[in-house]
Every structure is written in structure tokens, then in C-alpha cells.
Design a protein around this ligand. Structure first.
Ligand SMILES: Cc1cc2nc3c(=O)[nH]c(=O)nc-3n(C[C@H](O)[C@H](O)[C@H](O)COP(=O)(O)OP(=O)(O)OC[C@H]3O[C@@H](n4cnc5c(N)ncnc54)[C@H](O)[C@@H]3O)c2cc1C
Length: 405
């Protein structure tokens, strides 16, 4: 490679939630960190825009102010429609902070990139990673419009199709993600759709589901996801989408005046953190680049923020020792996500059958207590497999406060 034009401690590829969390954590500790993203912010990210309690706690810790995200809507209840057509409302706690929210990714991610900048990271937009080569002492990245950047650590936060992973020869060319999901913003939705967060377990989509999540201004983020290899083929998803929007209960919920704001879009969702390569030499992978989304719901913002933070903390704890950085980061991912991932995968198999999904909604809706606790569990107020991992038990683990108290 040609001589480096820049030398930094850490280069982060991608300024989504994973990259911004890593960069903010590192910059605050005084690390010289450069973030490069191929997009110019604000940029779209195809997403349901739903923020779980776990994601909100990470955002709160990072210091993100919800007032900087104009479309932000707090969520009080989760409405689930069973495959039998029965609707159950699951209430999130009303006091002690925020437990659920929806915020357009276009705005949320721009605010997160700004946060990283304010923490002291240099964030360069419109700069795509072109290639990378790992050496004995450092890693070198060729970045569009910048030349060669040399760093002690590179953090791949560049999403599902991670260019860093591909450049280092670590990508499986046949991999397309576990889920595939569609989303579209609809404007002028009904008062219910402007306010309520709904999940529809349609029998033909299981274990996938359709959703309507409210964002500010009478707009809803509406979409659906399927598990690859189950229900429909990805190629048929456009036709299924049109047919879904015409289903009477969905049409009635969205209201007669609902109309599309821009085109619908689809994107894969990677959910195999238990099998993903998390590190190699001087590189670490976080967020979707580490396939960190929840295999039952496809939620990945909280996981992206957490893995970004853990990668940064591993770098801070073991600077100068790439092997120790990798061990420390991988341990944290195993501790924090892998058991939850395995449990969620099993539950997803139960939800794949209409009877399983009906039974789950029925059991979760049995009493006020089950309804309250199901909502908290679904929204990742505590880890999915907390009951199975005694090492994570602590006083108040089921009654912890929300974010932004
Ligand atoms: C339809 C859909 C609905 C979803 N709904 C939800 C939801 O409601 N809640 C939830 O929690 N999760 C949801 N997810 C998952 C969530 O969107 C992801 O898990 C999350 O965005 C991962 O964040 P990230 O920072 O890892 O990656 P990303 O947000 O994908 O960010 C990656 C960044 O890397 C940049 N990049 C890519 N290539 C390069 C390159 N070569 N050089 C430089 N930069 C590059 C991109 O421009 C981008 O800014 C959904 C996903 C889909 C597809």
C-alpha cells in the first residue's frame, strides 16, 4: 500500500448507531478517533424506527437528547394482534422514565453522528471505505477522497454488507441475512395509527409480523418482515406488501386517508451473533456488521449501540494489545447477547406456527401482571434470557427504571 495520509488510534467505518456509540465512547476518553461514512447525513436507514428500553438506556447513557430528534414519540402501550384476530394491549410502565419510543432514523442517526462530533471524534461524511489490509502492527484502510488511513484498531460498524468484513476476506458471499423487511412511511393516518404501536401476527407471515409504529406529525412507519426460507420468498414481497395494506383490519387501523410518503423500501436483517466473526487482527465488528439483531423481533438498534460501546470499552481497557482487545470484546458480547440470542431463536420457532403464536399472545394476556411483564420483556427492559443466566441476576432486575428519568 502507499504511505498513509492519516494515522489515528481508531478508525470507525460507519456512523450509524453502532459506529456513533463506539466513536462517542472513545472520543470522550481522549482517544484519537476518525469516523468515515459513505453517506451524507441526514441519510435514510430502512428501519421500523422502534426504540426498545435497552436502546433508550444506551441513548440516555450516551447523552442523546430526545429533543434533538423532532419525530420522537414516546410509547406507552404495545398492541399485539394474535393470528386468531384477537387484539391485546400490553402496557409499558407509566412512571420511572421512558420504556419505548419511535424516532425516524434519518433524524436519530444524524443526532448520534453530531453527538460523536461533539465528543471530539472527527466524522467525515461521503467517504466510503474502498479496501483494507491488516498488518503486523496496524491496519490500513483506503478511504474515498482521503487516501490511506493507518490505525491501531478499525471498528467495522458498516452494516449488513460490511465493506470492512468483505475487504478483509471475512464475508460469506452467499449470506443474505436471516430476515428481510419492508417499510414505508404513511402520512395522514388515523388518530389510532398516529398514536399506537401495533404488531400484527398475520398467520401467513409467521414467525414474521407486520407493524405500524407512530412517528410525529400524523405519520406511521408501516412494514413487515419475514424470516428467510419461511412463509414468502423475498422476490414476492412487493406483491405481498400491496395485499397486506388491503387487509380489512390493517386498512381500518391506518384509516381512509393514509397515503405513502415516498416509496416503500426493503433491506435484510442479519441475526446470527452466535456465529458471526466478531474480530480479526486489528479489526472488530459491531452492530449489523456483527449480525447482532434480535432473531425473534429483528430489533437491532439497542444491540448496535451496546456492541459499539463494548468494542470501545475493550479498546480503552487494552490499548496496544489487539489480541486482548478482541478477547475482551468477544467475552462481553457472549455475556451480554449470546444466551438471549439463542433463547429468542427458540421462541421464534414457536411463533412460526399459528398455534404457537396464538398461545403466546393468549398466555401473555392472561392477567394484568402478565400483560405488564410481557411488554417489558418484549421491549428488552431486561435481557431476554435473564431467568436462565443467574450471573446477571440482581435486586430490582424486573423493576428497573426506564431511561431519561
Ligand atoms: C425494515 C427494517 C426494520 C427494522 N426495524 C427496527 C426497529 O424498529 N427497531 C430496531 O431496533 N431495529 C430495527 N431494525 C434493525 C436496525 O435497523 C439495525 O439493526 C440497525 O440499523 C443497525 O445499526 P448499525 O449502526 O449496525 O448499522 P447501520 O444503521 O446500517 O449503519 C451502517 C452505516 O455504515 C455506512 N456504510 C456502509 N458501507 C460503508 C462503506 N463502504 N464505507 C463507509 N461507510 C459505510 C452506512 O452509510 C451507514 O451509515 C430494522 C431493520 C430493517 C431492515
Amino acid at each position: 500500500m502507499v504511505p498513509p495520509t492519516r494515522t489515528v488510534d481508531v478508525v470507525v467505518v460507519g456512523a450509524g448507531p453502532a459506529g456513533s456509540a463506539a466513536a462517542t465512547t472513545l472520543a470522550r476518553a481522549g482517544t484519537d478517533v476518525l469516523v468515515v461514512d459513505k453517506a451524507t447525513f441526514p441519510r435514510e436507514k430502512i428501519c421500523g424506527d422502534g426504540l426498545t428500553t435497552a436502546a433508550l438506556r444506551e441513548l440516555d447513557e450516551l447523552g442523546l437528547d430526545p429533543r434533538t430528534v423532532p419525530s420522537w414519540v414516546d410509547i406507552d402501550d404495545v398492541v399485539v394482534r394474535s393470528p386468531s384476530g384477537r387484539e391485546v394491549t400490553f402496557p409499558l410502565p407509566r412512571d420511572g422514565g421512558r420504556y419505548g419510543a419511535v424516532a425516524r432514523r434519518r433524524e436519530l442517526d444524524a443526532a448520534l453522528a453530531d453527538l460523536a462530533r461533539r465528543a471530539g471524534a472527527e466524522v467525515l461524511e461521503g467517504r466510503a471505505l474502498r479496501s483494507a489490509s491488516d498488518g503486523a502492527d496496524a491496519i490500513e484502510l483506503e478511504v474515498e477522497g482521503l487516501g490511506v488511513v493507518r490505525a491501531a484498531t478499525a471498528i467495522g460498524a458498516d452494516g449488513m454488507w460490511s465493506a470492512l468484513r468483505r475487504s478483509l476476506g471475512l464475508a460469506d458471499p452467499s449470506y443474505r441475512g436471516e430476515w428481510h423487511a419492508f417499510r414505508q412511511y404513511l402520512t395522514d393516518v388515523s388518530p389510532r395509527a398516529a398514536r399506537e404501536l401495533v404488531v400484527w401476527f398475520e398467520p401467513d407471515l409467521l414467525p414474521g409480523y407486520a407493524w405500524s409504529f407512530p412517528v410525529a406529525g400524523g405519520v406511521a412507519n408501516v412494514g413487515y418482515g419475514i424470516l428467510r426460507g419461511r412463509s414468502y420468498k423475498v422476490a414476492d414481497m412487493g406483491a405481498v406488501w400491496r395485499e397486506l395494506l388491503a387487509r380489512p383490519h390493517i386498512r381500518a387501523f391506518l384509516g381512509p386517508d393514509a397515503r405513502p410518503e415516498g416509496p416503500h423500501r426493503a433491506w435484510p436483517i442479519p441475526a446470527r451473533i452466535d456465529r458471526a466473526v466478531l474480530s480479526a487482527g486489528h479489526a472488530l465488528f459491531v452492530g449489523d456488521a456483527a449480525a447482532a439483531t434480535d432473531p425473534m423481533t429483528g430489533e437491532g438498534i439497542g444491540q448496535a449501540l451496546a456492541t459499539g460501546r463494548w468494542a470501545a470499552e475493550a479498546v480503552l481497557a487494552h490499548a496496544g494489545d489487539p489480541a486482548a482487545v478482541a478477547v475482551s470484546y468477544e467475552q462481553e458480547v457472549r455475556r451480554g447477547l449470546v444466551t438471549d440470542h439463542l433463547l429468542a431463536e427458540r421462541l421464534s420457532a414457536v411463533l412460526a406456527h399459528p398455534l404457537g403464536a396464538r398461545g403466546a399472545v393468549w398466555a401473555a394476556g392472561l392477567s394484568d401482571w402478565t400483560r405488564r411483564n410481557f411488554a417489558r420483556w418484549l421491549f428488552e427492559d431486561y435481557p431476554r434470557a435473564l431467568l436462565l443466566t443467574p450471573r446477571r441476576w440482581h435486586g430490582g432486575m424486573f423493576t428497573g427504571p426506564g431511561a431519561y428519568r
